[in-house]
Design a protein around this ligand. Structure first.
Ligand SMILES: [Zn+2]
Length: 176
């Protein structure tokens, strides 16, 4: 039951005779509206530029090399570092190369034909309140220490760290 003309206080102050049962159609309408707004049954995909999972319908597919992806390219400084990195070092970055260009995109979200889904903010030059692999990635130092004359030891101490937790379950011979 819900209150037909409910103000915040009406459900406490109005007589119970004003409580009405919702119709089946009203319930169905409310459920469908909720499903539509929340997108419970919508397909979802990760944006290759930021890794955020969106409704697939809200993303656009572009191939690497498309002009709309121009703001996801790494600059020459990064490319110079990239070219000197070992394969293991490269795994610390979300990056995919196309010729001489290094895109800051998640390899796992780029398809075999070098296309990926992208959100609108990733295509902007300087999106506000949006974190892309271009600016924030495992292997990219935090802006606060990136350009400072610190030693490697200083950087290790000052940079953000990624912690891992491993659960170890021990079993005895009697499975306890
Ligand atoms: Zn994005």
């Amino acid at each position: 039951m819900y209150h037909a003309q409910s103000g915040l206080l009406a459900e406490y102050e109005a007589p119970i005779s004003q409580l009405v049962l919702p119709t089946a159609a009203a319930i169905e309408d409310a459920i469908n509206t909720f499903i539509e707004i929340r997108g419970l049954e919508s397909a979802r995909t990760g944006c290759a530029g930021c890794g955020t999972v969106f409704r697939t319908a809200n993303l656009t597919v572009y191939p690497l090399g498309h002009p709309r992806l121009r703001y996801l390219k790494h600059g020459i400084d990064f490319i110079a570092k990239w070219n000197s990195m070992s394969p293991v070092g490269r795994e610390a970055h979300h990056a995919v190369t196309l010729g001489d260009v290094v895109y800051a995109v998640a390899p796992a979200l780029i398809n075999g034909d070098l296309t990926g889904h992208f959100c609108d903010k990733c295509l902007m030059e300087s999106p506000r309140a949006h974190s892309r692999f271009l600016d924030f990635d495992y292997g990219i130092p935090w802006q606060g220490v990136r350009d400072k004359p610190f030693s490697k030891l200083n950087r290790l101490a000052l940079m953000r760290t990624i912690t891992y937790m491993i659960h170890v379950k021990l079993f005895g011979s009697n499975n306890r």
